[in-house]
Design a protein around this ligand. Structure first.
Ligand SMILES: [Fe+2]
Length: 276
């Protein structure tokens, strides 16, 4: 099933939409939609979307050690995300907004199957390339990932709910392009890698982005605009810095010793050789 429908379109992936046309045709909702559509469109000009990382491994495939390092480091983005979504749900101003967020949370939670919750799927993927879950948990968090997560947490905990939804919409909108690169790199490097995590991402995240944008439309106000725009820009900058870190690791050399010697001894130490 490819979920691309949106709240405003009347259908979410798992839950029945709590919003109707009347919610999306108020004057403020229309203003909010115009603003945020433009914000997301403009954000596509950010360097994140044309970062050299997007094509680095098309020209020269990474070593298994480097690919393992990149995939292991990204676990620190995947791992806290369900908690942040639940925090956002707790801050929803009403039942309908909270209900709408649950569609995304339900998907992240494996549709009721713990083994299919996205952090579980990610660990299964790492296990299939020889990285144990204990090692993934213990691996150092890259500086850029710390900034991405602390910014998300700050906005979700202390920002306006609508601004946090705008940030969520933007973050989800980065997934199709960047995850496609990670998935391609993973598949090319490890023949027998478990790709279930990546199979559940892509068009589905465009739907989540649309849904979060709809939440901004129904709950935002014009005084949120500048703050939301700044939050989106900052998140993209931090995500670009993560790509910078990965490209730096790639250009520094891909042997375990060099990658490990740069900043990630834990990730390298914990990475097992790829399957033959
Ligand atoms: Fe996910």
């Amino acid at each position: 099933m490819t979920p691309t429908t949106t709240l405003g379109g009347g259908v979410m992936e798992h839950f029945k939409t709590p919003f109707g046309l009347s919610d999306l045709t108020t004057a403020s909702s229309i203003d909010n939609q115009k603003f945020f559509t433009n914000t997301l469109r403009t954000s596509k000009n950010h360097r994140f979307f044309t970062h050299p990382f997007m094509s680095t491994f098309d020209r020269s495939p990474p070593s298994p050690e480097l690919a393992s390092f990149i995939l292991t480091s990204f676990y620190k983005i995947v791992s806290p995300f369900t908690g942040l979504l639940c925090l956002l749900g707790a801050r929803a101003p009403n039942l309908r907004s909270r209900f709408a967020l649950m569609d995304n949370i339900y998907e992240e939670m494996g549709c009721g199957d713990l083994q299919s919750a996205h952090p579980s799927l990610y660990l299964q993927m790492l296990a299939s390339i020889g990285v144990r879950s204990e090692s993934a948990e213990a691996a150092p968090t890259l500086p850029a990932i710390r900034m991405i997560n602390s910014h998300l947490r700050e906005v979700v905990e202390h920002g306006d709910f609508a601004v946090a939804c705008a940030l969520l919409a933007s973050a989800e909108a980065t997934i199709p392009s960047s995850f496609a690169v990670l998935a391609r790199m993973a598949k090319r490097t490890f023949d027998s890698i478990d790709m279930t995590f990546f199979d559940r991402h892509g068009p589905r995240d465009e739907g989540h982005s649309d849904d979060a944008a709809t939440l901004f439309a129904v709950s935002g106000k014009s005084s949120d605009f500048a703050i939301a725009e700044a939050a989106v820009r900052l998140d993209l900058e931090y995500r670009s810095q993560l790509l910078d870190e990965w490209v730096l690791a790639a250009t520094q050399g891909s042997t375990p010793r060099r990658v490990g010697a740069s900043v990630r001894p834990g990730a390298t130490r914990d990475s097992a050789p790829p399957p033959a």
